[in-house]
Ligand binder design. Structure first.
Ligand code: FAD
Length: 386
């Protein structure tokens, strides 16, 4: 075996790139990132909507987001590459008393954790902020001005460029096919380019990470779930400075994108599987919901050929799996973001680098996110999943 690395990262998406960057920042530079595709970003990262928000309902997710959004705010300066962070906000529209109760509870929690930029918002102000939205059934809402969007591809590229400047190596078109174990744990990573001797491997293979974990005999309950996005043709309907608007009635949400809008809705009838083709029947389903909330959308053009599909990497409790596999020394996991892997990529990279280098982190209580929680029945709860 002539190739070696101190740490091998499996998967060169936004998460693998952030882990590589943070390891290099922590002084670990003999790092090798393995990506099976000819280019980075061909997994979920390149399909993402790029939304970032701290408006969650649990301490863990709020902390992951607050850390990450603070990072995105100074990303360009610190990483030396644009993140495309646009703090245009997330505006949640409540149409039922239960939504109002939920927003009141989450507001209390968010502000108690130090989030200063979130506020409850009255229907009249919602109508002023996005006048095209139908508000006759809206009871109120919640707005956080530091929520917004990033450019996922650019964030990934920036993390990897800086990591490589510091000595990290990236091998593309190299698929991980196995993991070699010995009495001390991880001993090698088998690849289509030959074996690599290492004592540490990080599984950042996104929707495909369960197969990588299985190579070490680890049961990782991460399943792929198709999500589809529909861009509109250029339209002047909604201001380009508008926030992400979320209709809590059915989860339909949209934001400005280029000269048009990007429409999203998670179809509850979608079933797990590696399905990445766009289903043109989805266009009518999403437009029904779009017109229901924004009547002017009836006149906006949509070319179904421009819709796309990608995979969420779902866990049973919709929280990521972060940290070491206790039974396999040297094996680490960073996946299962269930729709939030772009927004939580900075915190994830920091947490993994901390755990690999020091065995502990102060970003969050990472023990809660360990893969052992599934076996031990310690699943977490979060209600705000988009
Ligand atoms: C339609 C859609 C919208 C989304 N919107 C948002 C959003 O608004 N905000 C947000 O935060 N998140 C969003 N997400 C989720 C987000 O995109 C993902 O959570 C995130 O990209 C995960 O990053 P990753 O690096 O873990 O995975 P990926 O980007 O999928 O990277 C994993 C990489 O591993 C590689 N790989 C897999 N197996 C192997 C192997 N055996 N050997 C070598 N390489 C391998 C793959 O080729 C891939 O490049 C969205 C996702 C989709 C599909």
């Amino acid at each position: 075996m002539n190739q070696t690395a101190e740490v091998v990262i499996v998967g060169g998406g936004i998460v693998g790139s952030s882990v590589a960057y943070h390891l290099a920042e922590a002084g670990v530079r003999d790092v090798l990132v393995l990506e099976r595709e000819p280019h980075q970003g061909m997994g979920s990262t390149g399909k993402s909507m790029g939304g970032v928000r701290a408006q969650f309902s649990s301490e863990l997710n709020i902390r992951l987001s607050m850390y990450s959004i603070a990072f995105f705010r100074c990303f360009d300066e610190v990483v030396g590459h644009p993140s495309g962070y646009r703090p245009q906000g997330y505006l949640f529209l409540a149409t039922r008393p239960a939504h109002m109760d939920y927003l009141a509870r989450t507001f209390e929690l968010q502000t108690s954790l130090g989030l200063r930029t979130v506020r409850r918002i009255a229907t009249a102000e919602i109508a002023e902020m996005v006048p095209q939205v139908r508000t006759d059934d809206v009871l109120g809402g919640s707005f956080c001005s530091t929520d917004g969007f990033v450019d996922p591809h650019s964030v990934m590229t920036g993390f990897m460029a800086r990591a490589r400047d510091r000595g990290v190596r990236l091998m593309r078109e190299t698929r991980v096919t196995g993991l070699g174990l010995d009495a001390r744990g991880i001993a090698a990573v088998q690849t289509t380019a030959g074996p690599i001797a290492t004592r540490a491997a990080v599984n950042c293979a996104g929707a495909w990470s369960a197969a990588v974990a299985a190579c070490a005999g680890v049961d990782l309950p991460v399943k792929p779930l198709r999500r589809m996005l529909v861009p509109t043709e250029p339209t002047g309907l909604i201001a380009r400075s508008a926030p992400m608007v979320i209709d809590m009635t059915n989860g339909f949400h949209f934001r400005p994108e280029g000269l048009g809008l990007l429409l999203a809705w998670n179809d509850p009838d979608e079933t797990p599987g590696f399905k990445t083709s766009f289903d043109s029947a989805f266009v009518e389903k999403i437009l029904d919901r779009a017109v229901e909330r924004v009547p002017g959308m009836a006149d906006v053009e949509v070319n179904p050929a421009r819709g796309w599909a990608g995979l969420y990497e779902m866990t049973p409790d919709h929280y990521p799996v972060l940290g070491p596999v206790n039974e396999v020394p040297g094996f680490f996991i960073a996946t299962g973001f269930s729709g939030h892997g772009v927004m939580h990529s900075p915190a994830t990279g920091k947490i993994l680098a901390d755990l690999i280098v020091r065995g502990e982190t102060d970003v969050v209580d990472a023990r809660l996110l360990n893969v052992s929680r599934f076996r031990e029945g310690k699943l977490l709860e979060e209600m705000a999943v988009l």
